[in-house]
Design a protein around this ligand. Structure first.
Ligand SMILES: [Zn+2]
Length: 335
């Protein structure tokens, strides 16, 4: 046994006690560590769609286990999402997690100041419009944190909800499963998820038309350039019982004229009622079924949707087009 060291069995208990006391000095049971994963719920860990909440610009103090800011923002966001149709009705297809990420600084970078945060988020002002946008550029780091949750390379079933501490805006990578939002209101994250998960367009608009920007070019399911109800994208809802709000409402995609949205109000237009309109709900449900490799049955969708809408007794609130939510939810990407 030359060159190998064996500990006599008789001293094992002492060795273990010494080891334990050494390690426990550095442990902090009151706070999560960077990279900790918290399972909120799992319905199908192998092939379900993963909703993964992560945060940028959260410092150590926010990672407290008991009522820490990170946890509160995470759980509030996930619960709000699964109270929203159609995610609430299709919850069985999802898993949900919080992964903790610790930043050095608690503010994002701006055009003037560079801070040190885990994912490098930046709030910057667009020169020609004066509008502020929020971006999280470090995709490689995001993918690393997804891997910590799933132990697999990020796939199209991994949906990231990126909460940026102390920011009040949102943005999204359309159709790329990355929704970004400050933590002022969980509805902003859900709006952004509409872009990120299902490619939905903004339904708000400004006075007149925005020259040089054609939001229909991205082919969203919730805008069309015709008001002909026989051929409009969502004509499958026209005349159906329970869907009398669905029609052709002019204005959307930042343009006031010559573009139509399905319902007067929607979370893609303003935050006030917090619901997706019917064609957007169908679009999201189709995406869920597609990611799960299942056929989409429109009649089955209607059955589920009608029941949930009647239970929720939705109130459609008249929108004042000049209200500040146009400034609040401002994720216009002119590039
Ligand atoms: Zn938007």
């Amino acid at each position: 046994m030359i060159g190998r060291f064996r500990i006599p069995k008789v001293i094992y208990p002492f060795f273990i006690i010494i080891l334990f006391s050494c390690c426990s000095k550095d442990e902090d049971d009151s706070h999560h560590s960077d990279g900790d994963v918290q399972v909120i719920f799992e319905n199908d860990p192998v092939s379900g769609i993963n909703i993964i909440f992560m945060g940028d610009a959260y410092t150590k103090t926010s990672l407290e286990k008991e009522k820490g800011k990170y946890y509160i923002h995470g759980i509030n966001t996930i619960e709000a999402l699964f109270r929203t149709s159609p995610f609430s009705e299709y919850k069985e297809h999802f898993n949900a997690y919080i992964i903790y990420a610790e930043s050095v600084d608690m503010r994002t970078s701006t055009s003037n100041i560079t801070t040190n945060t885990k994912f490098g988020s930046i709030e910057s002002t667009h020169g020609s419009t004066g509008l502020t946008t929020l971006i999280v550029p470090d995709q490689k780091k995001i993918n690393e944190y997804v891997f910590l949750v799933t132990s697999k390379t990020r796939s199209n079933r991994d949906v990231v909800l990126m909460s940026v501490n102390n920011a009040d805006r949102g943005s999204a990578r359309t159709n790329q499963n990355l929704a970004i939002s400050g933590n002022a209101d969980t509805r902003i994250m859900i709006h952004e998820l509409g872009h990120a998960f299902s490619g939905l367009a903004d339904e708000y608009f400004f006075d007149g038309n925005l020259v040089g920007y054609n939001s229909v070019a991205i082919q969203p399911d919730n805008l069309d350039v015709t008001d002909d109800l026989r051929s409009i994208k969502w004509n499958q809802f026209i005349g159906l019982e329970g869907y009398s709000d669905v029609g052709a409402h002019e204005g959307g995609g930042y343009n006031q004229f010559d573009i139509w949205r399905p319902e007067n109000n929607s979370i893609m237009k303003a935050l006030n009622n917090g619901n997706f309109n019917a064609p957007s709900r169908e679009s999201i449900a189709r995406k869920i079924m597609s990611l799960r490799n299942r056929n989409f049955d429109f009649d089955k969708f209607l059955e589920i949707d009608r029941l949930s809408m009647s239970n929720k007794n939705l109130k459609h609130i008249q929108v004042n087009y000049n209200t500040p939510e146009l400034n609040f939810v401002c994720d216009l990407d002119l590039h």
